[in-house]
Ligand binder design. Structure first.
Ligand SMILES: *Cc1c(COP(=O)(O)O)cnc(C)c1O
Length: 480
């Protein structure tokens, strides 16, 4: 080996040819992995596929790489790389991740974490059967919506409720039922895009309705709506501009006024309130004013729509509440079959809504509400403990505690900053970007923000009881 390593570097083409001969065959590699016991843990076909991928990558890296090659070293290196790749294959395709981004409802990280009661309900229903369409008292066939309808009536004062896959689906289904081929009147100031792929005009089009824009970007008045109501108008849609605000010289029309107008002219009023705030006391927890379902129903909206996995703190779903004769029509639309939710969603949603009946309990038990309410002093004291533990890890160059800003969501809920605390971490031998990658892909996965030369871990979006695992993750990433 020493003799090889002092040889001058041969030209690229030569490296390729010589090196290729020293690569063991796929068969040899797989056999040696089988001897290591891998065939008991991973199907042979997977081992072969992963080995082929690793060898192909190694071949591709060759022409540009080393001058010295030793068959045994190459074999050992490939076996090691395949073993690492197989260890990753053994992980669940979707694993729990520590969210250190400071974004509490991160769409890329699955939005709201469920409360414990909802997790238990989910697990209970998941492992067995659950009567999603069976009325147990009568033994007759039931409607899926009945599982949670009573709770939604009690919480919001609505006459009836239905649940679909998400809020985009809720709006699609509502429009397809009430306004197919007819006009839907929307203020120009509310033609929003949310979270990248939800664009109101496109959802309206997909629902088969025709968008009738009224007003201007900053000002829309009752008369603008009034003039747009004609024989082709089926509904007025008010959409909450969840993730942006127009400031200064503005005017919009409140839901009460739209209801008065719509009802006097015979068109339905639909209110997309977005983030699933149920009541005024729920809204009072938030950093900015948000519409709530109870107030909107009390104002007379015919249909109110919201997501289950934003500020409600439940599973992904879209909730449709409102007048019974309209919900019955929506529930009877054949599209409902394509958008319906399963027993897992109903179980988790039901348990989450039960918690909301006692608001103090909701503040304690629904993770997003709890995280929102944690004091800066508490975050600071956690940070103090974490700094000591992090500083003791080999490979850490520096850790600082600093004020930061957390956010409710990435473009789907109000954009106001929430005061928070972050750890600014620098490693000795890798860049902030490399450390971020190691943490994301480690045995315990952590997603954090890279800011200039350091990694920023915001404590507001991290569970208190994840702190131990967080330390373990950093230790693992730095090879400790
Ligand atoms: C988030 C949001 C949506 C989209 O909801 P999904 O549940 O993500 O489909 C629609 N309208 C408003 C106002 C929203 O805030």
């Amino acid at each position: 080996m020493s003799e090889q390593s002092i040889r001058p570097t041969p030209p690229a083409s030569e490296i390729g040819a010589a090196a290729l001969r020293t690569i063991p065959s796929i068969h040899e590699l797989v056999e040696s992995l089988a001897d290591d016991g891998w065939t008991r843990r991973v199907p042979r076909a997977v081992i072969v596929e992963v080995t082929r991928d690793v060898v192909a990558r190694f071949r591709d890296s060759l022409s540009a790489s080393s001058s010295s090659l030793d068959a045994r070293i190459i074999a050992a290196r490939l076996v090691h790389e395949v073993s690492c790749a197989l260890e990753r294959e053994e992980r669940l395709p979707l694993r729990r991740t520590i969210n250190a981004t400071g974004i509490l409802l991160h769409t890329g990280l699955g939005r709201a974490p469920l409360g414990e009661a909802a997790v238990d309900a989910l697990a209970d229903a998941a492992g067995g059967y659950a009567p999603v369409e069976l009325e147990l008292e009568s033994g007759q066939r039931g409607r899926r919506r009945h599982v949670v309808e009573r709770l939604l009536q009690r919480l919001t004062g609505c006459e009836a409720a239905a649940v679909v896959n998400n809020n985009a689906g809720a709006l699609l289904l509502t429009l397809a039922t009430l306004a197919k081929g007819r006009n839907v009147i929307v203020s120009r100031g509310e033609l929003i895009e949310i979270g990248g792929s939800f664009r109101l005009p496109e959802v309206i089009e997909a629902g088969g309705a025709l968008l009738r824009e009224v007003g201007t970007t900053n000002k829309t008045r009752p008369t603008d709506y009034e003039r747009a109501i004609d024989d082709t108008a089926a509904a007025i849609l008010k959409a909450h501009t969840s993730n942006y605000r127009i400031e200064g010289f503005t005017a919009s029309v409140e839901i009460e006024e739209l209801v008065a107008l719509g009802h006097s002219r015979g068109v339905a009023v639909i209110h997309d309130i977005g983030s699933g705030v149920l009541t005024p006391e729920h809204a009072a927890l938030l950093p900015a004013a948000e519409p709530d379902a109870r107030t909107s129903i009390a104002a007379g909206a015919d249909v109110v729509l919201f997501s289950g996995d934003k500020l409600l703190g439940g599973p992904q779903c879209g909730i449709i509440i409102g007048r019974k004769h309209i919900i019955d029509r929506i529930d009877g639309n054949p599209l409902m079959r394509a958008l319906r939710v399963d027993k897992l969603t109903l179980a988790a949603l039901g348990a989450t809504l039960q918690i909301h009946q006692d608001f103090e309990r909701a503040r304690r038990e629904i993770p997003v509400l709890r995280m929102l309410g944690v004091s800066i002093e508490h975050l600071r004291s956690r940070a103090g403990v974490l700094v000591e533990q992090l500083s003791a890890i080999d490979g850490i160059a520096d850790v600082q505690v600093e004020p930061s800003q957390a956010f409710l969501g990435g473009g789907s809920v109000p954009a106001q900053a929430i005061e928070s605390i972050a750890l600014r971490i620098r490693a000795e031998e890798c860049s902030a970007g490399q450390l971020a990658t190691l943490l994301r892909t480690g045995e315990i996965s952590v997603v954090a923000r890279v800011q200039s030369d350091s990694l920023l871990c915001d404590l507001r979006s991290m569970f208190d009881d994840d702190d131990g695992r967080f330390i373990e993750a950093v230790r693992g990433a730095l090879g400790g």
